[in-house]
Design a protein. Structure first.
Lengths: 372, 372
C-alpha cells in the first residue's frame, strides 16, 4: 500500500508545473546501491557534476575541495541537515523536489548574508531501501538548484543508514567585506521589509498531511490537490530569493540587517531584534499572505496571520533598511514594508488589524499554531 | 542491562590515560533536551565556544559563519558524516571520545591537503534518549580536539533524530597555493611514505566488539581490556597528524601526493596510484605495525598485514616524495618509507616478505579481512 500511496501523490506532482529536467528516464529500473559500493556510487554521481565557477579550484576526488575567492572577499559558510521523518516525508515528497529543496534552504542562508552562493558539499546517508535511480533523482534535483543559483557541487560524503534518508549540506558563498549584512545591524527608525508572501508553505504541508491521512484510511480516494499547486510548490520546492539580493544591489540598497525565514516571521523578527538590541512594530495588515493561502487557512480553521508568523519554511528574506532607502525599496518587485524598528524598551510588538492594539510578538513554533 | 553495560566499559576508559578535560562534572544529573528547545541548546553550547583564529570573522549566531583568509590563500573544505550503528557504537564509545574522534577524522582530511584546519561546522541530530549532559560531553570532546588543532567551531545545526545519533562535520582549512598537495602528483621514482603504525585501530575495534559480545552473553564478566590501552585509543581517540605536516614543512619537504588513511593502506595507495596515473611497489616488511597489534592479531587469528592493508581508521598520512628528499624524510620522526612509485604499466603491487613475490594490491574493505 505504501508503494501505491507514493505513486498516487507522485503522479499529481508530475502533472504540476514544476518541470524538473529529466536526467534519468527509466523510472521502473531499479539498480541496487550495493552493486556499486560507496566509491562506485560517488564515481557514478560525479559524472553528472561539472564545475562552473572560477573559484572552484578542485571538486570531488581528493581529501578536500579547494576554493579560491578573489582577494579581499570574505567567505560565508552555512550547514543544514534534513532527516526523513523529521524534515520530510517521502510518501509525498518526491526525491527530485527534496534535492532541490535541500539546496535551496542552504543557499537561502547565504543570500541572508547578502552574499552569493558558489559551492556546496553534500553528505547523504541511505539505506538499501533506496535504489540508484532514487539517488539519481535526488541529485538531479540538487543539480537543478545548483544551476539556478550558479553553485558548484564540490564534495561530500556518502554513507549507509540503518534507518531513513539523511541529507547534510554545507553551502559556501562569497561577499565583499563592505556588503556583508548581519542580523545585528538594525537601528531604531529602520523600516522592516519582507519578500514574497508568508504562510503558504505551512498550508501546503497541511494539505499534504490531510491527503496522506485520507489516503491511508481509504486508499480508494484519490488525493484532492485541485487548485493547490501554489501552496504545494511553496512546501515542496521553495525558491531561495537570489532575485531579491540582486534587486537590492541594483537599487543601491544595503540592508542594515537581514535573515531568511525558516521558522516563521515571528521567530525571525525576534532574532533580528535580539541580535540588534532593538524593538519593533510589525503591522498585521501588512503581512503578505497569498489569497489561496487565506482560503485554505479558513478551511483548516487556522488563523492566516498565525500561519505567517509561526508556520515557517517560507525561505523569504526579512530585512531592515534605512528610512532614506524608502523610495528605492518601493522599486523592488515582490518586497513590501511591514513595520519599523523601535527602541529596545518598546519591545517587539504586533499591531493587530482593526483594533490597532499592540500584542507582544512570540515565537510559538510549529506545535503552537493557534486555532482561529 | 544496557545501562549497566555502558557503565562497565565506560569506567575502564575513564581509567585509561586519555585525560579529557572535565568541563561538565555531574554525571548523574540528567537534564532533558526538551527543556531547552533547539535555540536554548544552541545558546547553551555556544557559551563554551570561543573564537581564536583571526580568520574567524563571525561564528555561531547568524545565518552563516564568516571567514576571511589572507590574500592569496586557498580554502580547503571537507565534510564527513558519522552515524550511530554504522560508524560508532555508544555501548563502548564514550561521548567525549566520539566528539574528539569526529573532529579528528575531519581535520585529518585537511592535513592530507598539506593545509591547516581553521574552522569547523558541526551538525548533530539527537533523540530524547540523550540528555543535555551527554551532548555536553560530546561537545567537550569536540572542543578538546579543536583546541589541539587550533580550530574554531563557527557554526552548525541541531536537529531531532527519530533514531540514533548523527554527527556531520565540515572542516575548513587554509593553504598557500604553492603548498597544496593533491592525490594526483605522484611520479615514477617517488618514494612512498607513511606516518605512525597501521592496523591498530582495527584491532582495537575487534577487542571492543569481543568484550561487548562476552558482556552481552554474561554481564557478570568484567571486560578484559588489560594491556590494550594503545589499541583502544587508536580506535576510540585517533589523532590527526598535525605534527607530520609541521615536520615536513620544517624539513623543507613538499610531498608530491598525499592522502589520509581512513579505509586502509591498500585502498588509499590505490587512490594515489589511480589519481596520479602510476603504479607502485609496496614492501610488506616495511609496513609499520605495532608489537601489541601483532600479538592481538595472532590471538584473533588475523593476518597483521591484512589488518594494516584493509583495517582502516588509522588516520595516518600516506604520501609520496621526490627521491632527492630521501635524507630529509629520514629526519622526520614517526615517518617511514614503505615503497616507491613505478610506471602505471607495472601495476600496484605488494612485495611479500620472505618470498619477494609480487601480488597485486586490492582494496578489500572491512568485510573481506582474510584469516591468517
Amino acid at each position: 500500500m505504501e508503494k501505491c500511496h507514493e505513486k498516487v501523490i507522485f503522479s499529481h506532482l508530475c502533472d504540476s508545473n514544476f518541470t524538473l529536467r529529466i536526467m534519468f528516464e527509466d523510472k521502473d529500473a531499479r539498480t541496487e546501491l550495493s552493486k556499486l559500493g560507496e566509491f562506485g556510487l560517488i564515481k557514478h554521481l560525479a559524472e553528472h557534476i561539472k564545475l562552473g565557477n572560477p573559484s572552484s579550484v578542485k571538486g570531488i576526488g581528493d581529501d578536500a575541495a579547494v576554493i579560491q575567492f578573489e582577494n579581499g572577499k570574505q567567505t560565508v559558510v552555512t550547514t543544514d541537515m534534513l532527516l526523513e521523518g523529521v524534515h520530510f516525508d517521502l510518501s509525498y515528497c518526491p526525491m527530485k523536489h527534496l534535492g532541490y529543496k535541500a539546496v535551496s534552504v542552504n543557499v537561502s542562508d547565504i543570500y541572508a548574508m547578502n552574499a552569493s552562493p558558489k559551492q556546496i558539499l553534500v553528505s547523504i546517508a541511505v539505506s538499501n531501501r533506496f535504489s540508484l535511480e532514487a539517488i539519481e533523482e535526488l541529485y538531479a534535483g540538487m543539480l537543478l538548484a545548483c544551476e539556478k543559483h550558479g553553485v558548484d557541487l564540490v564534495g561530500g560524503d556518502t554513507n549507509s543508514s540503518r534507518s531513513g534518508l539523511i541529507i547534510s549540506i554545507t553551502a559556501i558563498g562569497e561577499v565583499d567585506k563592505n556588503d556583508i549584512v548581519y542580523r545585528s545591524g538594525a537601528k531604531p527608525g529602520n523600516l522592516l521589509c519582507v519578500s514574497g508572501d508568508l504562510g503558504s508553505a505551512y498550508l501546503g504541508l497541511q494539505i499534504l498531511e490531510r491527503e496522506k491521512k485520507i489516503f491511508m484510511e481509504n486508499p480508494q480516494i484519490q488525493p484532492d490537490m485541485e487548485g493547490n499547486d501554489y501552496l504545494l510548490e511553496r512546501q515542496l520546492k521553495p525558491e531561495a530569493r537570489k532575485d531579491i539580493i540582486e534587486q537590492l544591489k541594483e537599487n543601491g540598497i544595503r540592508p542594515t540587517s537581514m535573515i531568511d525565514i525558516s521558522d516563521g516571521l515571528a521567530s525571525e523578527t525576534l532574532h533580528l531584534c535580539t541580535e540588534s538590541n532593538v524593538g519593533c512594530r510589525l503591522y498585521e495588515n501588512k503581512i503578505p499572505i497569498d489569497q489561496i493561502a487565506m482560503l485554505r487557512a479558513q478551511e483548516f480553521n487556522l488563523n492566516p496571520t498565525m500561519c505567517a508568523l509561526s508556520g515557517g519554511e517560507d525561505y523569504e528574506l526579512l530585512f531592515t533598511i534605512e528610512i532614506k532607502d524608502h523610495d528605492k525599496v518601493k522599486k523592488c518587485k515582490d518586497v513590501i514594508i511591514i513595520g519599523h524598528i523601535t527602541e529596545k524598551a518598546e519591545g517587539a510588538n504586533l499591531v493587530l488589524t482593526g483594533t490597532e492594539m499592540l500584542t507582544p510578538l512570540t515565537a510559538q513554533g510549529w506545535d503552537a499554531l493557534l486555532k482561529k
